[in-house]
Design a protein around this ligand. Structure first.
Ligand code: AMP
Length: 423
């Protein structure tokens, strides 16, 4: 049997990792500018956590979870980050110490979906959560932060959709209104939507079937049934977004896949870059009921997640800015020792350096340095050692010069800095 990566799960090889590092660093910088602190939770959680928070009748829980049994525990590889963060928030009684908590996270998620461009079975999300603030100020700030972030990444055209699902009561009333509207048309709905009509009718609004969409076109919208407080919350969110100049469109049919949302709901869609049909870059919303549902005190909360693979497809393609590399080429035993010592000095100045200890002809060693992507090769043999010098070859120009051994590390650090690379 040929061993291969699991279908829908991908290796990220060194030639791609630079873009990942830059995206992750940009996300962490943005989150920290807005007062979020990073949290890292396990990739695996007890299965009931996801069933209770995401909801039993959702696609994720019904058909996409990677669940298994080990040591008598039912476990699941996390399909998203919000449930695990909420579990950690409760487990460490953070609510007892902080009135408002802002957390960010970044890492792999797992869903057994049908793989396609921009849809994988292991993918990466970066997200933020705010606990303890009922909004709508922080809701507007979060959406505006995301729009700014996508702009910073050079993601071209984006569309921001917002909606409100109201709080507990409203949602139930809307559910009833939708069932009343769709029940007489039941037989015309797709098979999937007929099933959802009983289990999770709001998800019918998400159906891709044109027939279902037609049947939903004149259905009441959730905004029609918002109560006074929910409406005031949504109106305030819109006022804040308008004041911030954040573009958005109200989409009363936006429901999103997970069950835990209340009130504010949003999704960011892209169209640029190499993004295909999977154009949802990220989204989120309020989940004011989840912390209590998981056994904690009533705590309002809001969060979002961005899909990193999709952001990489949609982002401005940057010129690869290769990290500098010094390859040290020893000629003879004494040269090898000198190379090891110099490499250590370079690394202490944060310059990546490797010693080619394989020996052989000078020409072969220089070819290997070239192939390895060296910015500079440093040759040290007996002759150089005698003169207290080293030979430095700049690979791009092939220029070779001799520099004093004592100061070469500092000189190379200054040169690489002037090339725009900061150590
Ligand atoms: P969700 O957790 O479903 O709200 O998804 C948030 C974001 O994660 C989406 O907008 C996508 O960008 C990304 N995402 C969700 N599922 C996948 C997947 N299977 N493959 C790649 N990205 C995904």
């Amino acid at each position: 049997m040929k061993l291969r990566a699991v279908k829908g799960m991908h290796d990220i090889l060194p030639d791609e990792i630079g873009r990942w590092h830059r995206l992750e660093a940009a996300f962490r910088a943005m989150a920290s500018r807005h007062g979020y602190e990073e949290v890292r939770t396990p990739v695996c959680e007890p299965t009931p956590l996801f069933v209770r928070s995401i909801g039993e009748a959702t696609d994720v829980v019904e058909k996409e979870m990677y669940s298994f049994r080990r040591h008598d525990d039912e476990l699941t590889l996390r399909p998203e980050g919000t449930a695990g963060a909420a579990r950690a928030y409760l487990e460490h009684t953070v609510h007892a110490r902080q009135a408002v908590t802002r957390w960010s996270y970044l890492g792999p998620m797992f869903r057994g979906e049908r793989p396609a461009r921009g849809r994988q079975r292991q993918f990466h999300q970066a997200g933020c959560e705010i606990y303890g603030d009922p909004g709508p100020v922080c809701d507007a700030e979060m959406i505006d932060m995301l729009v700014g972030f996508l702009g910073e990444l050079g993601v071209g055209e984006i569309e921001v959709l917002v909606n409100s699902l109201g709080s507990g009561d409203t949602r139930a009333r809307y559910r009833d209104a939708l069932v009343t509207h769709l029940s007489p048309r039941r037989a015309d709905l797709s098979e999937e939507s007929q099933r959802r009509l009983d289990k999770n009718p709001l998800r019918i609004l998400d159906s891709k079937s044109p027939r279902d969409q037609e049947l939903c076109a004149d259905a009441p919208t959730v905004l029609d049934v918002l109560d006074g407080d929910d409406r005031a919350h949504f109106d305030a969110l819109r006022r804040h977004l308008d004041a911030l100049g954040t573009p958005y469109r109200v989409d009363p049919r936006l429901v999103r896949g997970l069950d835990y949302y209340t009130r504010t709901l949003f999704e960011l869609r892209g169209s640029g870059g190499e993004l295909g049909a999977q154009n949802a870059l990220g989204g989120g919303g309020r989940y004011d009921g989840m912390i209590a549902e998981l056994g904690g005190p009533a705590t309002p909360a809001i969060g979002f997640a961005l899909g990193l693979e999709r952001l990489l497809l949609a982002m401005r393609p940057e010129l690869p800015r290769a990290a500098p590399l010094v390859v040290l080429v020893p000629l003879g035993d004494a040269g090898a020792t000198a190379c090891l010592v110099l490499a250590k000095e370079l690394r202490a100045l944060s310059i990546p350096a490797i010693v080619d200890g394989r020996g052989g002809k000078l020409k072969a060693m220089m070819a290997r340095a070239e192939q390895r992507g060296a910015t500079v090769a440093v040759l040290i043999g007996d002759a150089e050692l005698e003169r207290g010098a080293v030979a430095v070859k700049t690979m791009a120009t092939h220029a070779q010069e001799e520099l004093p051994r004592a100061s070469v590390a500092r000189v190379l650090a200054d040169r690489l800095a002037s090339l725009g690379w900061e150590s």
